[in-house]
Design a protein around this ligand. Structure first.
Ligand SMILES: CC(=O)/C=C/C=C(C)/C=C/C1=C(C)CCCC1(C)C
Ligand SMILES: CC(/C=C/C=O)=C\C=C\C=O
Ligand SMILES: [Fe+2]
Length: 527
């Protein structure tokens, strides 16, 4: 049996038990008591809308009314029925959840980066053509402490708590090494585990660092644990119903001082794909209190770029290949290619790639995102495909999977039909760009076989990561409904439903006000 993750990581071997989970065991959104659909102007919280919730302080900045997408949320929670235009498929049932940041300030103190900010969970419940929705702030210790003390109390993505004197600074540093000062603000992903627990996650967990995008199936949970001291990654597995992560194997991050950043990794049927980008954690930057251009990271192109493939069962590395420089937050999918005898001869892995330019991190500061004046400033991005033959080749290719002009040279926040994870697939859904823009502002359906796209765009609106929910009984990969939450240009917001095949709009459900940009989502079907 695989050993429990090494002793030095003992505290991380326990996965958070249901009680401290931000959401806890699977539960339905409480039934909204609102029966009338609110038709509120944006940013004018409806007092009727506070239902069955703990006291809901107004938390964001008052008067920030335009561009809901980069504006802190103004009330802690809301839920109610949505006014629907169009036709919601009656067989679309159950709940869409989306996590992300909703609060980008503490009183007058503004956060710096879109990766900062306290988590807001949004739920949209579909039932027989009707739509209910709600949002609430996740009650992390970091969020509660910030509200109580009116200042940042835990280490977040770009900022550390301010310290008054040397002693306090030393105490804070000790908190970094023990993990107690790392945030528990679970503001990135929301995932349903094989045992039906639903959890929200960030890059920190229980005082340690992990990959916030685990691969979850009914039979396992796989993730990466960076080792900043002995630069590398532990690949670990957790069984459904368990909180213990067991080591599968280890990948070394060669050629540099620390582990390389991996925000996402894909899997094939037999292999875990471990990325090795030149973007590395920087201990120096983690220790600094002021943000640096690349925040807690450094770009080390001289240390090369790699991609590694680890056998899921034995933990052995079957290939470790040098590739052209790349920078990706999100892989799209990966799969194996076989020869006529069924032998795996190559692995294909696709990602949203930012032209190997870490400048994208700086472009995602809130100040930059809030100051769009019509001048195009979004750095180019593309869908890049690694195709690595498993024949001992030391170098691999990385090529654009389709012409980036088809998606406006903007590309991130992707999803696929989950049934195709790790398998040969044809379609991806993502956020693309309609230029000029400073952030991906369109929804794009990508056909990787025809190398074409279909686009949804509405002037001034910013849609969040699209999610395909398959039609019950679907045979085709793209047969279903694509859901996205859109923040409109005048502060309004709505749940958007597109046909997964034609990419035509089929319905939208108006929210009482636009929500800030969210990140990742999941579909929690009836069991
Ligand atoms: C991509 C995204 O949404 C968020 C990324 C967040 C990261 C990489 C956060 C990292 C960290 C903290 C939140 C606390 C301090 C440690 C560190 C791992 C840098
Ligand atoms: C939204 C984004 C990049 C957009 C640029 O084109 C990156 C988000 C990463 C968080 O998970
Ligand atoms: Fe992400």
């Amino acid at each position: 049996m695989a050993p429990v993750v090494s002793a030095s990581l003992a505290p991380t071997t326990r996965f958070p038990s249901p009680s401290p989970d931000p959401i806890g065991r699977r539960r339905r959104l409480p039934s909204p008591r609102l029966t009338s659909a609110p038709t509120l102007p944006h940013a004018a919280p409806d007092p009727r809308a506070h239902v069955s919730m703990p006291p809901a302080p107004n938390i964001g900045r008052k008067g920030e009314t335009k561009l809901a997408v980069w504006t802190s949320i103004q009330q802690e929670s809301w839920e109610g029925d949505l006014v629907v235009e169009g036709h919601i498929p009656p067989r679309l049932k159950e709940t869409y959840l989306r996590n992300g940041r909703g609060l980008w300030n503490i009183e007058d103190h503004d956060f710096v980066h879109m990766f900062d900010g306290y988590a807001t969970l949004v739920g949209v419940h579909f039932d027989d053509g009707r739509v209910k929705a709600g949002h609430r702030q996740i009650q992390s210790e970091a969020y509660k402490a910030a509200l109580k003390n009116k200042r940042l109390c835990y280490r977040e993505f770009s900022e550390n708590p301010r310290t008054e004197n040397l002693l306090a600074y030393i105490g804070e540093l000790a908190g970094l090494f023990s993990g107690s000062s790392l945030t528990d603000n679970a503001n990135i992903s929301v995932i349903e585990l094989g045992d039906r627990r639903v959890i929200c996650m960030a890059e920190t967990i229980k005082g340690t660092i992990h990959c916030s995008h685990p691969i979850v199936t009914d039979s396992e949970y796989l993730t990466l644990l960076p080792d900043l001291v002995r630069p590398g990654y532990q690949v670990v597995r957790m069984e459904p119903g368990s909180n213990v992560r067991r080591l599968i194997g280890r990948v070394d991050c060669r050629g540099g001082p620390t582990a390389r950043w991996a925000h996402w990794f894909p899997v094939t049927e037999n292999y875990v794909v471990v990325p090795g980008m030149p973007l590395r954690y920087s201990v120096k930057n983690i220790l600094r209190s002021e943000p640096t251009p690349l925040f807690k990271f450094e770009w080390h192109p001289d240390s090369g770029a790699f991609i590694h493939f680890m056998c899921k069962t034995s933990g052995s590395i079957v290939a470790s290949v040098e590739v052209p420089q790349y920078l990706t937050f999100h892989f799209i999918n990966a799969y194996e290619e076989q020869d006529g005898d069924g032998r795996v001869v190559a692995i294909v892995a696709d990602c949203c790639e930012h032209n190997a330019d870490p400048a994208i991190l700086e472009k995602l500061t809130l100040q930059n995102l809030r100051s769009f004046s019509g001048v195009d400033s979004l750095p180019d991005a593309r869908v890049e495909r690694f195709r690595i033959p498993l024949d001992g080749t030391p170098r691999g290719l990385l090529e654009a999977a389709l012409d980036p002009e088809h998606h406006g040279r903007g590309m991130d926040m992707r999803s696929i039909n989950p049934k195709y994870m790790g398998k040969k697939y044809r379609y991806a859904y993502a956020c693309g760009a309609k230029r000029p823009c400073n952030f991906p502002n369109a929804l794009t359906k990508i056909d990787l076989v025809e190398k074409t796209t279909r686009t949804w765009h509405q002037e001034g609106a910013v849609p969040s990561e699209p999610l395909l929910v398959e039609r019950p009984g679907a045979v085709r990969e793209d047969d279903g409904v694509v859901i996205s939450l859109v923040s409109g240009k005048d502060g309004e917001g709505y749940v958007l439903l597109l046909d997964g095949s034609t990419f035509e709009e089929i319905a939208r459900g108006g929210l009482p006000y636009g929500l800030p940009y969210g990140l990742h989502e999941c579909w929690v079907p009836r069991t």
